[in-house]
Design a protein around this ligand. Structure first.
Ligand SMILES: Nc1ncnc2c1ncn2[C@@H]1O[C@H](COP(=O)(O)OP(=O)(O)OP(=O)(O)O)[C@@H](O)[C@H]1O
Ligand SMILES: [Mg+2]
Length: 435
């Protein structure tokens, strides 16, 4: 998959559009009389979601590979839309299953299970990247609506493929090289050219900082050779970027090409895991416009459908560098539930169904979100009322078993000022016993 489009019109945060045409305000793009929506913007043929739920009680049936917290929050949005969500996972206690989504039992890696899921839904989408890419391509070839399509999802499944593809298309990415696992000399050669420290990554299978490590010198590289595996047998080594701020831009995009970008989010990572975020990002308007424009160009260039989160580094020189892509609802968009007219979860469903997208404008001046991470003991669920003592706070629990470091929920506080919103979110997280 190569990125093909670079010359797209810029989009501002919260501003909708499609290539060359502004989307009308009010979230009705895509369904107007007169059929203003043409074919897919990226050249991929789109099959419409036409099958009906067998019971006749659902407006559509969406199959999701994965049943974790992202599917759980998709299910919350699906309820209002009358969409039946069918989630594929092996665990009867998975977060989305516990929330009442229809459970299709099986593994994401099992072709028979994924085929069977596709059979029972109008559109197939994902909440994680662990489904074999070839399987999704096969399903699309067989006539199923798979959104995002396999070639776009490949860029979220393989960080090397993403670096190559985006770099070739002219987007700024960190300097990088592909190495075999254990190639310490290769790391040293790369560091000689680009300087220590370097960042070593497993190209696939990582999340929340698992699969990412910073190497300061050859001694660290030797240690990594003994301990830092990679499921695909390759390493991605890259230049360590001097990061001033980390941003994420979420864009919802339909197969017909309509899109809406969310206000730019500022994320904070601790040891590779997102701990908190602010929306809108506290950055100059000009930088927010550039970030949004860049994200929309990426999303259109790869013909993404559904939500696509574009993670960006702002360097200490003020440049924007693309980190990674997620082609599904993303942690950086969690505050959209409480702070934006239409959440990322609802717009993901609307987008994959090729339905009109909802407004992505903020409905509060600012929102702060803090992830609830497992500490040395489980969350104190008896403290939920205490966390809710502040009316600006909303609590979202995932119903997952406790493990140290695991994402168990999040809290969001809306407000008029960054400091007070952050304080409120942190106070609620502390009351609940988050790490
Ligand atoms: N080249 C780099 N230079 C400096 N810091 C980096 C670099 N790459 C990654 N990081 C840091 O490590 C964090 C995690 O990296 P990355 O997003 O690649 O991993 P991940 O575990 O796949 O994340 P996610 O949970 O978002 O999927 C980044 O958010 C950033 O803070
Ligand atoms: Mg990341």
């Amino acid at each position: 998959m190569t990125v093909t489009s670079l010359d797209t019109a810029a989009g501002n945060a919260g501003v909708p559009g499609r290539p060359g045409e502004p989307e009308p305000p009010g979230g009705t793009a895509g369904g107007p009389a007169g059929g203003t929506v043409g074919g897919a913007a990226g050249g991929t043929a789109v099959r419409s979601a036409s099958r009906r739920a067998p019971s006749g009680t659902a407006s559509a049936v969406v199959g999701v590979v994965g049943g974790g917290q992202l599917a759980r929050m998709m299910h919350q949005a699906a309820i209002g839309l009358g969409v039946e969500l069918v989630v594929l996972c092996d665990d009867a206690e998975a977060a989305a299953v516990r929330a009442g989504a229809t459970h299709h039992r099986g593994l994401a890696q099992d072709p028979a299970a994924v085929h069977a899921l596709a059979q029972r839904c109008d559109v197939l989408t994902v909440e994680h990247e662990l489904v074999p890419n070839a399987l999704l391509a096969e399903l699309a070839d067989a006539g199923h609506s798979v959104r995002p399509h396999a070639a776009a999802l490949a860029l979220a499944q393989d960080k090397l493929a993403a670096r190559r593809s985006l770099g070739r298309a002219g987007f700024a990415v960190p300097a990088f090289a592909e190495l075999s696992v254990g190639d310490v000399d290769g790391i040293e050669r790369f560091a000689t050219q680009h300087g220590w420290p370097v960042v070593l990554k497993a190209p696939s299978g990582g999340y929340d900082g698992r699969g990412v490590t910073v190497l300061r010198n050859r001694v660290d590289a030797v240690a990594a050779a003994g301990s830092f595996g990679s499921p695909c047998g390759r390493w991605l080594v890259e230049q360590h970027i001097d990061i001033a701020t980390e941003l994420a831009v979420l864009v919802a995009r339909r197969p017909s090409g309509w899109w809406r970008a969310y206000p730019v989010v500022e994320t904070v990572q601790d040891d590779g895991i997102c701990t908190e975020l602010l929306v809108p990002a506290q950055i100059p308007d000009e930088l927010a416009r550039r970030a949004t424009s860049l994200a929309v160009s990426v999303v259109e260039g790869i013909d993404a459908t559904g939500i696509c989160a574009v993670e960006l580094f702002v360097t200490t020189d003020g440049e924007l560098v693309v980190n990674e892509l997620a082609l599904r609802p993303h942690n950086s968009g969690h505050a959209t539930i409480d702070a934006v007219v239409t959440s990322q979860f609802e717009n993901h469903l609307r987008a994959v169904l090729d339905w009109p997208l909802g407004d992505t404008s903020l409905c509060a001046p600012v929102a702060a979100m803090v992830n609830l991470l497992g500490a040395d003991e489980p969350l104190d669920l008896a403290a939920v009322p205490q966390a809710l003592d502040d009316p600006r706070v909303r609590v979202h629990l995932y119903g997952k078993a406790w493990r140290p470091g695991r994402k168990l929920g999040h809290v969001t506080a809306v407000g008029d000022a960054v400091d007070t919103a952050r304080q409120a979110a942190h106070a609620a997280a502390a009351a609940l016993g988050s790490r």
